[in-house]
Each structure stands twice: as C-alpha cells, then as structure tokens.
Design a protein around this ligand. Structure first.
Ligand code: AFP
Length: 334
C-alpha cells in the first residue's frame, strides 16, 4: 500500500521548487486549507442550520443572528488571511471594494489573494455542490505600504498560485503553482486533505458540453452554431455530445477537467460582458485548465492575457479540453 501524502506534506515538499522560497506561499496555502475545512464542516451542516436550528426566526439557539453561508465563508477566509501575516490585502466576491489589511505585519505581507468564498451559493438550499475559488499574486505595490487597487488588477498570467475547493460528495482541494495541477480529497476521519489526484491532466477532447442553454436564443450566433454542432450526429464524434450543467461553476469545471469537456458562459443580451467574474472565477480556473493542458478564452482572447480594469469585471468564458475549445473558437470566427 502506498503512503498517504497530506496536503501539508506535499506543500512543504514542493516549497523548494520556488525560487527564493521562504515558506510564505506555503503558509497561505495551508491557511486556505484550514479555512476550507471549516467551511466544509459548515456546508455539511447547512440543512440543519437553515431548516432546523434557525426555523424559529432570525436568531439561532445561541441567540446569534443567522448568517448566510457565503458570508460565513467570506469571514472565515478573510480572518485566515488577515491573521496569517503573509497577505497585505484581499478582494472577494462578497465585498464591493478590496480590503487592505492595516496591521504592521500585514502591511509587510508580500501577497494578495482574490477569492470567491462560496461560488454557486444559490445551490446551497437545494443540496447541490458548491465551491471556493482563489487566486494568489505577489503584490505590485511597495512592501510596508497599504495594498492598493493596482495590486488587485494584475493580469491572470501574473498569478503565482490558484485553486478551488469543491464541496461535493467529498470535499476536494485542487491547486496549481504553475508546475502542474494536483488534487487532494479531504479524509473527514483524520481531518486532512490527502493527495488523490496527482498531476491532473484534462483529456484533449471529450463528449461533454456545459452551458446554461436557457440562454441559447440570446447569445452570439457562433455559440448557437457550436451548440448545434455539439448536438448533431454529424460532429467529430458522429453522435450528440452529453449536455451537463450543474449551474455551479466549480462543479461543472471539475467534472470537465477530469472527464474532458467544454464549459461555456457566453455574453448574452442581458449580460453583454458575460456573467462570470474575471478576477476570482475565470482567472484562477484559466490558470488551472492551462496547467492541465486545456484552454481558457473569452472567445476573442486568452483569459490570462486580459489586463483587468475593474475589481468585479465580467467576461465571457470558454474553458476546457484543448480540441473542444479550439473547435468552439472556430465557430466564433477566431
Ligand atoms: P450563484 O453564486 O449566484 O449561484 O452564481 C453561480 C455562478 O456564478 C456560477 O457558479 C455558475 O456557473 C453560474 O453563476 C450559473 O449562472 P446561471 O444560473 O446564469 O446559469
């Protein structure tokens, strides 16, 4: 039987791969792992808290105000980064503005983290998989100062690490530091993430397309033609692909990463820039899919090449197996 490798051990082993490694990035990754274990525990209790403990009103049995799980998750991650000492500022889906940490230790932190604490949170009430997505950059501002907006608005290609946690039938943490993608499954009996998916590669092609097809009539003709191609028996597979759409980005992305497939969230009439957020949804997943051998594009350009202009900027997103995304881009005329 082979030895179990925990995330903690794995991170320490890989630390030497970074030039000038001082252990700070390793500590951030460990902080994320700890925060996500707490969130995982809370997610597993979601039905109990929402429907049993909180059923009497606005407060729970301890007299505390009920909080939505995405706010709890946001607080958990912010607390982890604020107290860790390596991170000087964060931006999250839950906060309109970025947060620059003000303690002297934090001002000396070299890193910033952008994250979506609980993506797909509208799925919580119906017991469907949800996820956390994170993206780590070296700060561009001077050490010792407060983090600023420019720190947050770096190109995705500048990421030094990115990952996600999927709270699914099991809890998994998948991350990259630019040297491949590795996946860890939480073993609840020992409370550790254990290496379960080393060196993940996405198949070059697959049979799955994932798109909210409710939008098919209100998106670009190129997308409509590509989806018709996926559904036709005259495509490259000679049979219709499988349509699979959970509506929870991390879950849809993770399934496609493993099985091969394409994820599409195009621009629509109602959301001409697309729906998904560049900084803490698309960039981290783009980094991962590229590291796994796939492609992520807006339909016009490589996601990681975009210079962000706004914190909550949205983009159209086409990501997945190389051959499938390339085919979709052909239909879009690129
Ligand atoms: P919520 O956090 O509001 O559930 O949004 C989830 C999400 O950002 C992403 O996880 C899904 O892939 C996508 O939106 C689903 O959007 P549609 O409901 O428009 O298909």
């Amino acid at each position: 039987m082979s030895k179990v490798i925990t995330l903690h051990e794995f991170i320490l082993d890989r630390q030497a791969d970074f030039p000038f490694a001082s252990g700070e990035l390793s500590r951030i990754l460990n902080d994320i792992a700890v925060a996500s274990k707490i969130v995982s525990r809370d997610v597993r209790k979601a039905g109990l808290v929402d429907h049993i403990l909180g059923a009497q009103g606005e407060t729970n049995i301890q007299g505390e105000e009920q909080q939505k799980l995405d706010v709890i998750a946001d607080d958990q991650f912010i607390r982890a980064f604020q107290n860790g000492g390596e991170v000087c500022g964060i931006a999250s889906e839950e906060n309109d503005d970025f947060v620059a940490f003000t303690s002297e230790t934090a001002k000396n932190g070299k890193y910033i983290v952008l994250f979506d604490p609980l993506d797909g949170s509208s799925n919580i009430d119906v017991n469907v998989s949800i996820g956390t997505i994170f993206s780590i950059y070296r700060r561009s501002s001077a050490i010792g100062k407060l983090a600023n907006l420019e720190d947050m608005l770096q190109k995705g290609s500048e990421q030094i690490a990115a990952g996600y946690v999927l709270y699914g039938s099991s809890t998994m943490l998948v991350y990259t530091t630019g040297a491949g993608v590795n996946g860890f499954t939480l073993d609840p009996s020992i409370g550790e993430f254990c290496l379960s998916h080393p060196n993940m590669k996405t198949p070059n092609t697959g049979r799955i397309y994932a798109m909210n097809e409710g939008n098919i009539g209100v998106c670009d003709q190129g997308v409509q033609k590509y989806i018709a191609y996926c559904q036709s028996d005259e495509n490259d597979k000679g049979a219709p692909y499988s349509g699979r759409y959970i509506g929870s980005l991390v879950a849809d992305f993770h399934r496609n990463l493993i099985k091969g497939g394409i994820y599409i969230y195009p621009a629509t009439n109602a959301s001409p820039e697309g729906k998904l957020r560049l900084l803490y949804e698309c960039n981290p997943l783009a980094f991962i899919i590229e590291q796994a051998g796939g492609i992520a594009s807006t339909g016009k350009e490589r996601v990681l090449d975009i210079k962000p202009t706004r914190l909550h900027q949205r983009i159209p997103f086409f990501a997945g197996s190389k051959a499938m995304v390339e085919k979709a881009l052909d239909f879009l005329g690129h």
